[in-house]
Design a protein around this ligand. Structure first.
Ligand code: C5P
Length: 201
């Protein structure tokens, strides 16, 4: 039996943590689809054509730690606006979503484009200030030297690019449940997400 949980939302909304924890609790496989775009963005920064990079991407060896920085995030959102890059990454995501043991995918267009038939859909949001502070703490903890103001600016630029692109823009699927994590502890957000998924099972 396959069961797909689609989780979308803007940067640092909490969707990654929720996706990881749901995958752990249900024993499902998890794919952070942002890593695919980050890997292509990294290649573009290295001078490689992003469309060719997406078509040749080896999705098995992606190292999240190497792809976390703000420069890679900006490059990711630029390459993510290219329809040919998105098209090259569709099949690998759909194949992952149909894994027999169940799958959780998080990104920007999972509920709308990649897995419109997903059994459970969440749209995770939080205020820009809260998201910037969370991302800033993560970046500082992993050794990046950035200010909160820089991270906020980065998040706002990326949100605008992701929401306004023509192909697969960031938006909630009509049948998604929105979860605002601005004032929630992560455990409470995960508990609420679980209740939504359980209701769909
Ligand atoms: O989720 P994360 O912040 O790692 O994603 C990096 C960038 O990749 C996003 O800003 C977005 O432009 C792009 N992305 C996307 N579609 C997805 C996942 C990520 O366009 N499903």
């Amino acid at each position: 039996m396959s069961f797909t949980i689609a989780i979308d939302g803007p940067a640092a909304s909490g969707k990654g943590t929720i996706a990881r924890q749901l995958a752990e609790r249900y024993g499902f496989a998890h794919l952070d689809t942002g890593l695919l775009y980050r890997a292509v963005g990294r290649k573009m920064l290295d001078g490689i054509d992003p469309i060719e990079a997406a078509q040749a991407l080896d999705v098995t060896g992606l190292d999240a730690r190497e792809l976390r920085g703000p420069d890679v995030a900006q490059a990711a959102s630029k390459v993510a606006a290219l329809p040919a890059v998105r098209a090259a990454l569709v099949d690998v995501q759909r194949a992952f979503s149909r894994r027999s043991g169940g799958a959780v995918l998080d990104g920007r267009d999972i509920g709308t484009v990649i897995c419109p038939e997903a059994e459970a859909k969440l749209f995770v949001i939080a205020s820009a200030e809260v998201r910037a502070e969370r991302r800033w703490r993560e970046l500082v903890a992993s050794g990046h030297e950035v200010t909160l103001q820089e991270v906020l600016a980065d998040v706002l630029v990326r949100d605008a690019r992701d929401m306004n692109r023509a192909d697969a823009p960031l938006k909630a699927a009509e049948d998604a449940t929105t979860l605002d994590t601005s004032k929630m502890a992560i455990e409470d957000a995960v508990a609420e997400a679980m209740a939504i998924v359980d209701a769909a099972r």
